[in-house]
Design a protein around this ligand. Structure first.
Ligand SMILES: Nc1ncnc2c1ncn2[C@@H]1O[C@H](COP(=O)(O)OP(=O)(O)O)[C@@H](O)[C@H]1O
Ligand SMILES: [Mg+2]
Length: 411
């Protein structure tokens, strides 16, 4: 779906264009070349949808402004988004969208070169036939000022013709997920049990780091028990890569009483029914809590769980080799190759082992020029015919792409 992106003035991407493969793309390149920045640049597409004007970041003023251009291919036709984005980068180096101005070039769909102004978050909230009569939406421009748009009596029927496809694209961007290299590498951050509410008011018990979140997601999937969860269990179990022998959940009902106190000292009693959920991983004769799993086992289980059970549209994965030994990594890569037929995947890596296991057309070299700009080039496309022939004969006669890379032949 996402064919190409161009980032202007975003971190080390001063003017950086990347063409993605429809299935799997692998980024290689030295430290500091901009691989992570490219992936966070792709996450901006999802942030544009999540960004609700006047909500959380209103109090911030933009710390920077960048331009993101994205080419989407839908049913063989192209829609191009140009977004000028006001960003606030927080102390964790994560971006929040403060405001944006977005316009679409959708001639393939409308027959007209006239730009359609419809922000992604508004497109996502639209019904299948566009906005209701009399709808309006608020956006913020890149300076963070609110702008109201009325859709009532839209004078331009051509724009309306583009709404279904923009809605599709907006929904697609919500399926973008990013996993950093250190994600799930710390099983000790994982609690030994979780609590879910079985009655009464919902409580925000699900807060916490990603490891805890993972347990909730795992338990939810266990309760729903659909086919994708069963296939996940098969993959990690004895019939698959045999990471564990069995995964089960012990469920214990608990209850407690809570009081609400009103003015005048009136009290109201509330009974809270909860379930204490204790996940158990059996490996051989041992039954283990999640925080007793090895780093590689925990990371692999979590990654495979998300890869196999959640429908992602674009999966961004940093350095899958971190904490994972080669045998497991090979399994992750095999599954990734299969999954990339139904979801787009972009991986960054420092491992020649990873490069070995993907097709040369999937590999992209990320470099930084003398003036600090990040550049991306497809390995096979940027080669001269002679270099390509040399690579081809190397792969045929001597070794693997990873070795070729290790020997510096790709630099
Ligand atoms: N918010 C930011 N603004 C500007 N530059 C940044 C920001 N975050 C990181 N950088 C810089 O961008 C460069 C590339 O970083 P990164 O994408 O993390 O490289 P890689 O992942 O390839 O190792 C580094 O020099 C880094 O210091
Ligand atoms: Mg990085």
């Amino acid at each position: 779906m996402l064919q190409k992106v161009q980032l202007l003035n975003y971190r080390s991407c001063i003017d950086t264009t990347m063409t993605l493969q429809p299935d799997l793309s692998v980024l290689i390149g030295p430290n500091g070349s901009g691989k992570t920045n490219l992936l966070s640049g792709l996450v901006l597409l999802r942030r544009l949808v999540e960004h609700a004007p006047g909500y959380r970041y209103e109090q911030h003023t933009a710390t920077g402004e960048c331009v993101l251009k994205a080419w989407f291919k839908v049913d063989g036709k192209t829609a191009i988004l140009t977004a000028k984005i006001g960003l606030y980068t927080d102390e964790k180096n994560q971006d929040a969208v403060v405001g944006s101005s977005q316009s679409w070039y959708v001639k393939d769909f409308t027959g007209s070169a006239k730009r359609v102004h419809l922000p992604l978050n508004s497109a996502a909230s639209m019904g299948p036939r566009g906005h209701k009569h009399g709808s309006y939406f608020l956006t913020m421009n890149a300076r963070g000022e609110q702008v109201m748009h009325e859709l009532y009596g839209d004078p331009d029927p051509a724009s309306r013709a583009a709404y279904p496809v923009l809605r599709k694209i907006a929904n697609w961007t919500q399926g973008i997920t990013y996993y950093s290299a250190s994600q799930f590498t710390n099983p000790s951050a994982c609690p030994v049990s979780i609590e879910v509410e079985t009655g009464g008011e919902a409580r925000p018990m699900r807060r916490g780091g990603t490891a805890k979140r993972f347990l909730y997601d795992l338990y939810d999937a266990h309760r729903e028990g659909d086919a994708s969860y069963k296939s996940f269990k098969r993959v990690i179990g004895p019939q698959g890569i045999h990471l564990i022998d069995k995964l089960s959940f012990k469920e214990l009902k608990t209850s407690s009483i809570d009081y609400t106190v009103r003015v005048g000292g009136q009290t109201q009693e509330r009974r809270l029914e909860r379930t204490l959920v204790v996940p158990q991983f059996r490996i051989g004769r041992n039954t283990l809590s999640p925080n007793q799993l090895s780093e590689g086992t925990f990371k692999t289980i979590a990654l495979l769980f998300y890869m196999l059970t959640k429908t992602r549209t674009l999966l961004l994965l940093e350095e899958p080799e971190v904490c994972v030994h080669h045998g497991l990594l090979a399994s992750i890569l095999d599954l990734m190759t299969v999954e990339s037929e139904t979801q787009q995947i972009v991986v960054s890596t420092h491992s020649d082992f990873v490069v070995d296991r993907v097709e040369p057309r999937s590999v992209f070299a990320v470099t930084r020029s003398a003036d600090g700009d990040t550049g991306v080039s497809s390995l096979t496309k940027s080669m001269s015919n002679k270099e390509r022939a040399a690579l081809h004969s190397y792969l045929e006669t001597e070794g693997t792409l990873g070795e070729y890379w290790k020997h510096g032949a790709l630099d």
